[in-house]
Design a protein around this ligand. Structure first.
Ligand code: GSH
Length: 219
C-alpha cells in the first residue's frame, strides 16, 4: 500500500489539486474521505488545527496547506516536473497560486461555488442569492486577470502544465458548474479553451467529484 495518503472531501477543489498532481506524477496513493460535518472536531483537528482539507500524510509526516503539499510532492516526485525551470515562468506560477488563494477562492469560489453547489448539495440549503450577486463583480475582476495572464498560452505558465494549472483549474471547474460561469467566461474564450484542455487530461478526468467519491468507497 502506498505511503502517500490524502485526506479530503470529495468535490473539494483544493483536494482535487493534490489528487490531480499525484495522478500527473503517476504516484500511488490512498484517499481517505473526511466527513464534512466532522472537520471542525477531533480527530481531524489533530491533523489540521484550522479544520480544513486537504491533508497529506507521508510516512509519519503530516502536511496541510495545498501550496505546501503541492511543492512537497513536486520535490518528492520530481518527474514530470510541475514547476517551470525558467525563473519568469516559475514566478508566474507562484503568482497564480497566490491569485488562486487570495482572490479566486477567497471572495469568489468560496461564495459563488459554496452557495450554488455546496449549500444545496451537501447541506440541503438554498443558495443566498444576495451573497452571490455581491461576489459576481469580484469574480469578473479575477477572471479578466487570469485570462490576461494566460493570453495565448496553452497553460498558465506557458506551453507546459504546472502546479498553477492544477490549482486554478480545480477551482475553475467548480465554478464552471454554476450558472454564473457563462457570463464569467463571455469574451474570455482562452479561459474556456484552457479549462477544456485541463479537463481532457487524465489527472482531471480521474479526479472529478464522482471519481473521488468512488475512490472514497474503496479506500
Ligand atoms: N488554505 C487552505 C484552504 C483549504 C480550504 O479552504 N479547503 C476547503 C475545502 S475546498 C475547506 O476545508 N473548507 C471547510 C471550511 O471552510 O470549513 C489550503 O490551501 O489548503
Amino acid at each position: 500500500m502506498s505511503s502517500l495518503v490524502v485526506h479530503s472531501i470529495p468535490g473539494s477543489p483544493f483536494g482535487r489539486a493534490v489528487l490531480a498532481t499525484l495522478v500527473e506524477k503517476n504516484a500511488a496513493f490512498r484517499f481517505v474521505a473526511v466527513e464534512p460535518r466532522s472537520i471542525k472536531s477531533e480527530p481531524h483537528l489533530s491533523m489540521h488545527p484550522f479544520g480544513r482539507v486537504p491533508v497529506l500524510e507521508h510516512d509519519g509526516f503530516t502536511l496541510y496547506e495545498t501550496q505546501a503539499v503541492l511543492r512537497y510532492l513536486d520535490r518528492l516526485l520530481p518527474v514530470p516536473a510541475l514547476t517551470p525551470a525558467d525563473p519568469r515562468a516559475a514566478a508566474r506560477m507562484d503568482q497564480m497560486l497566490c491569485i488562486c488563494d487570495w482572490y479566486l477562492h477567497q471572495g469568489v469560489n468560496n461564495i459563488i461555488g459554496f452557495q450554488r453547489i455546496v449549500r444545496p448539495r451537501l447541506l440541503g440549503l438554498p443558495p443566498d442569492e444576495a451573497a452571490i450577486a455581491e461576489a459576481v463583480p469580484r469574480a469578473h475582476v479575477v477572471m479578466a486577470e487570469i485570462s490576461r495572464l494566460l493570453g495565448g498560452n496553452s497553460y498558465l505558465t506557458g506551453s507546459q502544465v504546472s502546479l498553477a494549472d492544477m490549482v486554478v483549474a480545480s477551482q475553475m471547474d467548480f465554478l464552471a458548474q454554476t450558472p454564473e460561469w457563462e457570463s464569467l467566461t463571455a469574451g474570455r474564450a482562452n479561459l474556456s479553451a484552457w479549462l477544456g484542455r485541463m479537463n481532457a487530461r487524465e489527472s482531471f478526468r480521474a479526479t472529478t467529484w464522482e471519481r473521488v467519491a468512488a475512490m472514497a468507497q474503496v479506500a
